[in-house]
Design a protein around this ligand. Structure first.
Ligand code: MG
Length: 276
């Protein structure tokens, strides 16, 4: 009953509790300070868990999820392969979606086995070329800005979590308004970038939230793996139906038409007991 007491205490403002019955989550309204007949009935039957009210936070990937930049990045990767004499296959280029410049340059150097080439030089070239290509080409994905404004208006804290460099984030911020984010985690702020869970664990910790209280919006496989490894509720925002997308808690083709109520419903559908 410890969980139940905690749920009622915490829900004095929410006037409802979230229950798991038969593996499905459902919210039950409490009509008065006294237990409602419905709640008593539910509690007298099999209840698997009483979940604490969701203290929702949203952690957002940047490239390809909020900003329409992924195609330009992959064009730059393809051009960088070409510049060192490699005709990269579509699969090879696609595998670097969501990658950092470090990860992409490491892959380019690996493809040049036997050829003396400096990894750091390739990484610097790749970042400079991608920054140049993005200049004037940075814009929100449809619905992204509206979703962020809706979440902010609903009091949901937001963190930007990206594998891009701090320099790249600052370049993007010259074209779009990131002021709604309470924090930004870039590649320069972590020891290990996605698919390691560190960026999302750090973002949750900055907000004082458990990972299970955070909904992540991601578009790439490496990002999804990071979010799932961190223990966050993970939404894949992607239109092409990639096979690995089945691992996400939810899949949406884009953010157009989404709002804070939609994110809260996603969080409640997948709510689970917090990690002790
Ligand atoms: Mg991305």
């Amino acid at each position: 009953m410890g969980n139940l007491t905690q749920a009622f205490t915490a829900s004095s403002y929410a006037r409802s509790v979230l229950l798991t019955r038969g593996g499905r989550n459902e919210r039950v309204n409490i009509a008065s300070p006294a237990l409602s007949a419905e709640l008593i009935d539910i509690l007298s039957t099999a209840v698997d868990h009483v979940l604490a009210p969701t203290r929702l936070a949203v952690l957002c990937d940047m490239d390809g999820t909020l900003l329409d930049t992924e195609a330009t990045w992959l064009d730059t990767v393809r051009a960088t392969f070409a510049a060192v004499g490699i005709t990269a296959s579509a699969e090879l280029v696609a595998s670097l979606e969501g990658a950092t410049t470090e990860q992409a340059s490491a892959r380019i150097v690996a493809e040049l086995s036997g050829t003396p080439v400096d990894h750091e030089t390739v990484a610097a070239q790749l970042e400079a070329q991608s920054l140049a290509a993005m200049e004037g080409n940075i814009r929100w994905c449809p619905g992204a800005e509206e979703l962020l404004r809706s979440l902010d208006a609903a009091g949901v804290p937001l963190v930007l979590v990206t594998s891009s460099s701090r320099r790249w984030v600052e370049a993007a911020a010259r074209h779009v308004d990131f002021s709604l984010f309470m924090h930004t985690i870039s590649a320069d702020d972590v020891t290990h970038t996605k698919p390691d869970p560190e960026p999302y664990l750090r973002a949750a910790a900055l907000l004082g939230r458990a990972p299970e209280e955070c909904v992540v919006l991601e578009d790439s496989e490496v990002g999804l793996r990071a979010a799932l490894a961190a223990g966050c509720t993970s939404v894949l925002v992607r239109a092409d139906g990639a096979s690995w997308g089945a691992h996400a808690h939810e899949l949406v083709p884009g953010l157009r038409g989404t709002d804070a109520a939609w994110v809260r419903a996603v969080a409640e559908r997948h709510a689970r007991p917090l990690t002790p």
